[in-house]
Design a protein around this ligand. Structure first.
Ligand SMILES: NC(=O)C1=CN([C@@H]2O[C@H](COP(=O)(O)OP(=O)(O)OC[C@H]3O[C@@H](n4cnc5c(N)ncnc54)[C@H](O)[C@@H]3O)[C@@H](O)[C@H]2O)[C@H](O)CC1
Ligand code: K
Length: 569
C-alpha cells in the first residue's frame, strides 16, 4: 500500500484530471460517496452490536437481485451533522450528505463560514445539496462548547442516551445534542498550520460533544505529512482516507487522532503512484512480496545445510549488559541463521557457557572487569573472516578509544553490518558517520528515537515530530539503511524508499526488544536478504512475534519480556 505526502497527492490528483481526463467533479463524487458508505457501515455496525445481529447485512440480496440499499434498522434515530470547510474537503462532505439522506439517515450541514464563500467544485456541490433539500446552519457562538461541559457530554456520548439530572437536561438543549454523529469535512490536505478560527473552535466543540466523528480524508488539524496534531485536532473514530494513504495517518500522534483508517479508492488509478515513482509503502504481505521481492514463506531448501543459511557474528555484550548480546545471538539463530558466533569479553564468556548450546563463542577482550577494550579491533577483524554478517552493539558498553575501535571494524570489514545500541552512540560522536567513508556492503542502523536524536544532533522531540522525513533524509545522506524504531517503525533506504511497519504491541516497549530485532535483521541478512529487505521483513516479523507473545501471556501485557518475543519468532 502506497503512502503519500499532501503534495504527492495533489500531483496525482492533477495528473488524473489533466492527463487522464477524469473530471475533478467525478473524483469528488466518488470521495463523498465513499465517506457516506463508511458512515452507513459504521451505523450498521453500531446497530448490529446493539441488536446482536451478525455483521454482513449491509448488502440486500433478495431473489438474486443485489442492491446497495442499506439495511439499517431504525434509521430514523440517526442524525448526522456534517462540518463543512470552504475547500474541497468540504466538497466531499457536501457529496456525502446526499448519499446519507438517500440511505434514510437525517443530515444537517454546519458550515464553518458563509456558504457563499465556497468556490469551484465545492460550490457546485453546495448548490446540489441545497437543491436536494438538505438543511444547513452556519457556525456561530451558540455552537461553542466549553471544556467545563465536557463531563456532562461524556455521560451523554453514544447513540442511545437517556438524559438524567439537571446538568444533563441543560446540556441536551445544546445544538450538538441533536445529532448522533459528526462528519469532519472541515480541512483536508490543503490545510496549513494550526487551524484558524472559527475552525479551531468547531474542532474543539466537536471533540467535546462526545459524538462519534468520522473524518473525511484526514482529521482536521492533523499535519498530513508528519502526523503532528494541532492544539485543536479532530479525534476521530474512523478516518476515510481518499485515494492513497497519507503519511501523517501512519505516525503517532496522528494515528491516534485518526482512529480506524479506511483507505478508499476514488477513481485515481493505483498505477499512477508507480508511474510517478512514489517510493513509500506500508509494510504488508503484498509489499514484502511484490515490492521488496522477498520469499515470505521462508521455505528451506530440501538439500540445504547450515552453510546455506549464513553465519552471523554478534559483537557485543559486557559484564553489565550480558543479556543483550545473548538475546541478539539467540534471535539470529531463531530466525534461521545457519550459524551464529558471539564475540564477547572473556570474563563474561565464562558465565555464558551452556546458556545457548547452539551458539559459538569467541573470547575477544581480556579486560579483568569484563569490558571491551580498543586493542581488540584487529583480532575481531581477523575473526570476522568466516562470518557473512556482523551485528555490532548489543550490550557493548562504552570504553576508552571506542571510536577508533569501531572505525577499524567499519572500514576493515567487508561484510554487511547491523549497528545498534552503543554501536550507534559511538557513531554519533564527533569522529563519526559524517567523517567516515561509506561502506561498500549494506549497512543497517537501528536507532530508537533517543539514539536517532544523538545521531542527527537534534532533540528526541524533533525526531518524533517528523519521523519519516528525518529517516528519509538521514538514510539518503549517509548511504545506510535506517530503521527508526518505536511504534510504527520506519525503514528508509539510501535510495529514498520508505517502509512503515504496523505490526507490534505496546508490551514490546521493554529492555532487550531492540537486541532481538538486531538478531532478527542480521539473521535474515545471513540468509541472503539485502539490508533493506531484511530490515523491512525483520521489523514486520519482530512485531508479529511481539503480538503473538502478548497473546500467549495470560496476565497483563506489561509483563512481556524480550525473551518471550524470541520464543515467538
Ligand atoms: N485526493 C484527491 O485528489 C481529492 C481530494 N479531494 C479532497 O480535497 C481535499 C483537499 O482540498 P483543498 O481544497 O486543497 O484543501 P482543504 O479542503 O483541505 O482546505 C483548504 C481550505 O482551507 C483553508 N485553510 C488552509 N489552512 C487553514 C487553516 N490552518 N485554518 C483554516 N483554514 C485553512 C484554505 O484557505 C482553503 O480555503 C482533500 O483532503 C480531499 O478531502 C477531492 O474532493 C477529491 C479529489
Ligand atoms: K477532514
Amino acid at each position: 500500500m502506497y503512502i503519500v505526502t499532501a503534495q504527492q497527492m495533489r500531483d496525482l490528483d492533477q495528473y488524473t484530471i489533466e492527463q487522464l481526463g477524469i473530471p475533478a467533479m467525478s473524483l469528488m463524487e466518488s470521495a463523498g460517496k465513499a465517506i457516506a458508505e463508511e458512515v452507513i457501515a459504521w451505523c450498521g455496525g453500531q446497530q448490529e452490536e446493539q441488536a446482536d445481529v451478525p455483521r454482513g447485512r449491509a448488502l440486500t440480496n433478495e431473489g438474486g437481485i443485489r442492491s446497495d440499499e442499506r439495511v439499517i434498522p431504525d434509521r430514523s434515530r440517526q442524525h448526522w451533522l456534517v462540518l463543512v470547510g470552504k475547500g474541497n474537503n468540504g466538497g466531499d462532505g457536501l457529496v456525502a450528505v446526499r448519499y446519507l439522506m438517500d440511505a434514510g439517515i437525517a443530515v444537517t450541514l454546519l458550515y464553518a463560514q458563509d456558504p457563499q464563500e465556497l468556490t469551484g467544485h465545492a460550490a457546485a456541490q453546495r448548490d446540489a445539496a441545497h437543491r436536494s433539500g438538505i438543511a444547513y446552519r452556519v457556525w456561530s457562538e451558540e455552537w461553542n462548547l466549553h471544556a467545563e461541559t465536557e463531563e456532562g457530554n461524556k455521560q451523554e456520548s453514544g447513540i442511545n442516551h437517556t438524559a438524567s439530572g439537571s446538568k444533563q437536561a441543560e446540556h441536551n438543549q445544546h445544538p450538538w445534542s441533536n445529532y448522533t454523529g459528526i462528519i469532519d469535512a472541515l480541512l483536508g490536505t490543503g490545510s496549513k498550520g494550526e487551524p484558524r478560527e472559527p475552525y479551531a473552535s468547531i474542532i474543539r466543540s466537536a471533540n467535546i460533544s462526545g459524538k462519534p466523528i468520522i473524518a473525511a480524508d484526514i482529521p482536521s488539524g492533523l499535519n498530513a505529512d508528519t502526523g503532528e496534531v494541532a492544539e485543536n485536532c479532530i479525534q476521530a473514530q474512523v478516518t476515510v482516507c481518499l485515494a492513497f494513504l497519507k503519511q501523517g495517518l501512519t505516525q503517532y500522534p496522528g494515528a491516534t487522532a485518526a482512529g480506524e483508517v479506511v483507505v478508499r479508492s476514488i477513481g485515481i488509478p493505483r498505477s499512477t503512484a508507480k508511474q510517478a515513482g512514489l517510493r513509500a509503502h506500508l509494510i504488508t504481505d503484498d509489499v514484502l512480496r511484490d515490492v521488496l521481492q522477498i520469499d515470505t514463506s521462508r521455505a528451506r531448501a530440501i538439500d540445504g545445510h547450515k552453510g546455506t543459511y549464513g553465519h552471523v557474528m554478534v559483537i557485543g555484550g559486557s559484564m553489565k549488559m550480558s543479556g543483550a548480546g545473548l538475546m541478539a545471538s539467540r534471535s539470529a539463530l531463531r530466525i534461521g541463521s545457519g550459524l551464529v558466533s558471539w564475540a564477547l569479553p572473556e570474563q563474561l564468556m565464562k558465565h555464558m557457557v551452556g546458556h545457548v548450546p547452539e551458539l559459538m563463542m569467541i573470547p575477544a577482550s581480556e579486560d579483568p572487569d569484563g569490558q571491551w577494550k580498543a586493542d581488540t579491533a584487529q583480532t575481531i577483524v581477523e575473526q570476522t573472516a568466516k562470518a557473512d554478517v556482523l551485528a555490532i552493539g548489543p550490550g557493548l558498553g562504552r570504553f576508552e578509544d571506542d571510536n577508533e575501535w569501531l572505525r577499524t571494524l567499519w572500514e576493515e570489514t567487508q561484510q554487511p553490518l547491523v549497528l545498534d545500541a552503543d554501536g550507534l552512540n559511538i557513531l554519533s560522536e564527533a569522529e563519526g558517520l559524517s567523517r567516515w567513508p561509506r561502506r561498500q556492503a549494506d549497512t543497517v542502523l537501528t536507532p530508537h528515537p533517543g539514539e536517532m536524536a544523538r545521531l542527527a544532533g537534534v532533540s528526541t522531540a524533533d525526531i518524533q515530530r517528523d519521523r519519516i522525513g528525518i529517516a528519509r533524509d538521514f538514510a539518503s545522506k549517509h548511504g545506510v539503511v535506517l530503521v527508526l524504531k518505536g511504534a510504527r517503525t520506519i525503514v528508509a533506504s539510501p535510495q529514498g524508499d520508505i517502509f512503515v511497519n504496523t505490526t507490534g504491541h505496546p508490551g514490546m516497549a521493554t529492555g532487550g526488544s531492540g537486541d532481538v530485532l538486531t538478531g532478527v535483521i542480521s539473521g535474515l541478512m545471513a540468509q541472503g536478504l539485502s539490508g533493506l529487505q531484511a530490515a523491512a521483513f525483520g521489523v514486520h516479523l519482530h512485531g508479529h512475534a511481539g503480538e503473538e507473545a502478548a497473546r500467549k501471556r495470560t496476565g497483563n501485557p506489561a509483563s512481556l519480556l524480550a525473551g518471550d518475543i524470541i520464543e515467538s519468532l
